[in-house]
Design a protein around this ligand. Structure first.
Ligand code: MTE
Ligand code: MOS
Length: 783
């Protein structure tokens, strides 16, 4: 059996195994990048000098006073760079700037024997700045046309004609906030020249190959002279897709110039003030519906706040445009995306990669328009779902469109939606100061990188003479369970128990030219490559076994460490014994695997093509209760039904869905990034630079009842062992929490009151929205 999706009997895929490092995580034994430096003699510590201004020319920089501090060894500045002074791939991110572009930007780095000495050294450096005007908010940027990159338009049909035909036309504006990744492990790198004279960098990076490229171009070396390893990350969430490169380059430059190992680890405040976040957005829209509530046309201008440099802002915007439709068919579409330049951290990938922002815009539109159309929100949503045969505005047929309705209808039944809606109404009628809300929202999310070339992966699988197996693949582990899934895939493809397979850390000298572990595609791509390598080896082993068993190689079965002729499991060979025979017969026992996702194409100028292999579907029902005095709320119950195909690893997938949902709820209802936008001394400073001012979801905000189900009979034939990607889609399930808050807020107002809700809908924002609802009630009573 060599097809991609078919599962052999008795394989390890589909088993609910714990995360491969679960025990290490909970005992503290799991090693991260910064744990590795303590074992090195002569270690140097790096500390940044951060700019106190959001935008300024650097007129003078005198590092001499730093060198007076005991323990300071060297100050790294732009003149030290032997190669290219840039930390990105767009060449708009100088590693050592001559013009400061955001408050907190590193101007130079100090290396010292201790972290304290490096910090004191940085404090001693004299910098003279010439302040320049700074653009801080999205609205300022739009007004001043402070834009960067291309301005793509997603187009289908004739939006003006569509609006002209519409029985109902509405316009509005919506501003939504960003999000801090707040991975537990901050950015870290450790670099040294290894025993063979090459640059070796340990980096907490989702994209080791790109970290390698940037380190190489900063040092002026070929890629072959640099190796990057990522053992594991304590979370990445997209924040380590591009941002780690500069930190790795600083460590590598320091190691090159001093001949000593250099460790760089940001503390929490540095990480929050120096690295990019989820893009905030501003959308201005006009939408048209026919008499029955069917969407006819959507015209919108969508602006994202990209911060000081492009980073991944253009592909993030592309994904926004490819997800404004969410689960809905819209015949006439014209949506233009613009990335704004502001003097803030460079906003970057974050779980969903712009998709959530696009979907949120449309979900907000539907909820605001439903009362005006005189339709229930569930009803309005359901009647606009894609039907089989329809295509997205970018021209891709919506594969398995009917799954959305199946999930929706099943979830409404399983969550007892109708009865609970009645209960909520009854509760609200009898409760003056506490109100409840119930809402359901859908998710459709495209899987694959929009950038077609990224949809490839490699793996290296070794079978040793004793039958033990070592695998290497190009993906990185950030807690999402990719390595666990890869162990399951390898064990299944070779027909051995999981315990027989070991996984080695991700390194660029083992598997080259890897894509970022991102776009939720880690398991699809690397799983395809691991399976391919294992199938090559198994094919060779089958020939050896066929000779011994007296059957055709096609009829040899590999199962649970036994190799036998089909139908005769009692008459088998031990896998290790077969491997030994194969070695003696001079059989190649290792293989390099490769996978490329077939059938993709994308024209990023025209914004047309089939960029996604398939869509992941899901829906969620959330129930909240709001306190009318404070706006504080509790999440009473959440029901989710989500499509992961045939799960490779159900416990892992469950964790991804729960974690994604909670992270989404944080983005939409708690986490509020504030910047000092005053004209005062702190202009441009991040005003929420720690956990005490930036509210993350904690146990208190977890749903009291949390029921997550995986869609059954969901085989995805185009993916390894019939599975689907799971990493990002669940974040958007949290939109139902925001919508539940909206309906609860409306219960404070007169019947038919439509509430507008800020995003994030923090308790404070909820309070002001319910005050408005109460006001409307007073006005209604006066009439
Ligand atoms: N889960 C954990 N625990 N930690 C993470 O950093 N990142 C998310 C998601 N789930 C993340 C996570 C993001 S942004 C992506 S793109 C995917 O995992 C990446 O991994 P995958 O492609 O293997 O799903
Ligand atoms: Mo995930 S935002 O694609 O790293």
């Amino acid at each position: 059996m060599t097809s991609l999706h078919e599962r052999p009997a008795g394989g390890a895929v589909g088993e609910a195994v714990p995360h491969e490092s679960a025990a290490l995580h909970v005992t503290g034994a799991a090693l991260y990048t910064d744990d590795l430096g303590v074992k090195l003699a002569w270690l140097l510590h790096a500390w940044p000098l951060q700019s106190p201004l959001p935008h300024a020319k650097i007129v003078a920089l005198d590092p001499a006073p730093a060198l007076e501090i005991p323990g300071v060894v060297r100050v790294l500045t732009g003149s030290d760079v032997p190669g290219v002074n840039d930390s990105g791939v767009k060449h708009d991110e100088p590693l050592f700037p001559s013009e400061v572009m955001f408050h907190g930007q590193a101007v130079c780095w100090v290396l010292a024997d201790t972290e304290d000495a490096a910090r004191l050294g940085a404090e001693a450096i004299l910098v003279e700045y010439e302040p320049l005007p700074a653009v801080l908010t999205l609205r300022e940027a739009v007004e001043q046309e402070s834009f960067q990159g291309s301005r793509p338009t997603l187009r289908r049909g004739d939006v003006q004609a569509g609006l002209a035909q519409s029985a109902h036309v509405f316009s509005g504006e919506f501003e939504l906030g960003g999000q801090e990744h707040f991975y537990l492990e901050t950015n870290a790198a450790l670099a040294y020249t290894d025993e063979s004279g090459q640059m070796f960098v340990q980096s907490s990076t989702q994209h080791p190959s790109e970290t390698q490229e940037i380190v190489a171009h900063v040092l002026g070396l070929p890629s072959s002279a640099v190796t990057v390893q990522c053992l594991r990350m304590g979370g990445g969430f997209g924040g380590k897709e591009m941002q780690p490169h500069g930190f790795a380059a600083v460590a590598a430059l320091g190691a090159t110039l001093t001949g000593r190992p250099v460790r760089l680890r940001l503390n929490r405040t540095q990480d929050l003030t120096m690295t990019g976040k989820r893009h905030p957005y501003l959308a201005r829209w006009t939408v048209g519906f026919d008499d029955s509530g069917k969407l006819l046309a959507l015209q919108a201008e969508v602006y994202s706040d990209g911060g000081w440099s492009l980073d991944l802002s253009e592909p993030v915007m592309a994904r926004t445009l490819c997800h404004v439709d969410n689960a809905y068919f819209i015949p006439h579409v014209e949506v233009r995306g613009t990335v704004c330049r502001t003097h803030k951290t460079s906003q970057t990938a974050f779980r969903g990669f712009g998709g959530p922002q696009g979907m949120l815009v449309t979900e907000d539109i539907l909820s605001r328009c439903a009362p005006k159309l005189g339709l229930g929100r569930e009803d309005l949503r359901r009647r606009n779902f894609y039907r089989a045969g329809q295509t997205t505005p970018y021209g891709q047929p919506v594969k398995d469109a009917d799954r959305m309705e199946t999930i929706w209808d099943t979830l409404l039944v399983r969550s007892d939606h109708a009865a609970r809606q009645a209960e909520v109404s009854a509760f609200n009628a009898s409760s003056a100061h506490r109100k409840r809300g119930l809402a359901v929202t859908p998710v459709k999310f495209g899987i694959s990188f929009n950038f077609t070339s990224y949809n490839q992966a490699g793996a290296l699988v070794h079978v040793y003479k004793d039958g033990s197996v070592l695998i290497n693949h190009g993906g990185t582990e950030m807690g999402q369970g990719l390595h666990t899934k890869m162990l399951q895939v390898a064990a299944t493809a070779l027909g051995v128990p999981m315990g027989a397979v070991r996984l080695a850390p991700t390194r660029t000298d083992k598997v080259p030219n890897t894509s970022a572990t991102a776009a939720s595609s880690g398991a699809d791509l690397n799983g395809g490559a691991v399976q391919n390598a294992c199938h090559q080896i198994r094919g060779r082993l089958a020939s050896v076994a066929a000779g011994r068993l007296g059957v055709h190689p096609d009829d040899v079965r590999f199962e649970a460490g036994q190799v036998f002729a089909i139908g005769h499991p009692e008459n088998g060979l031990d896998f290790a014994a077969l491997v030994h025979h194969a070695y003696m017969e001079r059989t190649q026992l290792w293989a390099a695997g490769f996978y490329r996702t077939p059938g993709l194409h994308w024209d990023r100028e025209a914004m047309q093509g089939e960029p996604f292999k398939y869509f992941a579907y899901g829906a969620s029902v959330s129930e909240v209760e709001i306190d009318g005095f404070s706006g504080a709320y509790t999440l009473r119950r959440v029901d989710i039904l989500h499509d992961v195909g045939d799960s490779l690893s159900p416990l892992i997938d469950l964790g991804q869905i729960e974690g994604g949902f909670v992270q989404g709820a944080g983005w939409l209802t708690l986490e509020d990034l504030r910047w000092d936008t005053s004209q005062g001394k702190g202009r441009g400073r991040l005003a929420t630079p720690s956990a005490s001012t930036y509210k993350l979801p904690s146990f208190g905000e977890m749903p009291e009842v949390f029921r997550v189900g995986l869609l059954e009979r969901a085989t995805e034939t185009g993916v390894v062992y019939g599975s689907k990607a799971v990493g990002e889609p669940p974040i958007m399930l949290a939109i139902s929490v925001r919508e539940a808050l909206r309906t609860a807020v409306e219960a404070f107002g007169p019947a038919g009151h439509g509430a507008e809700l800020a995003s994030p809908a923090t308790p404070e924002a909820v309070f002001w929205a319910l005050q408005e609802a109460r006001q409307a009630l007073v006005v209604a009573a006066d009439d």
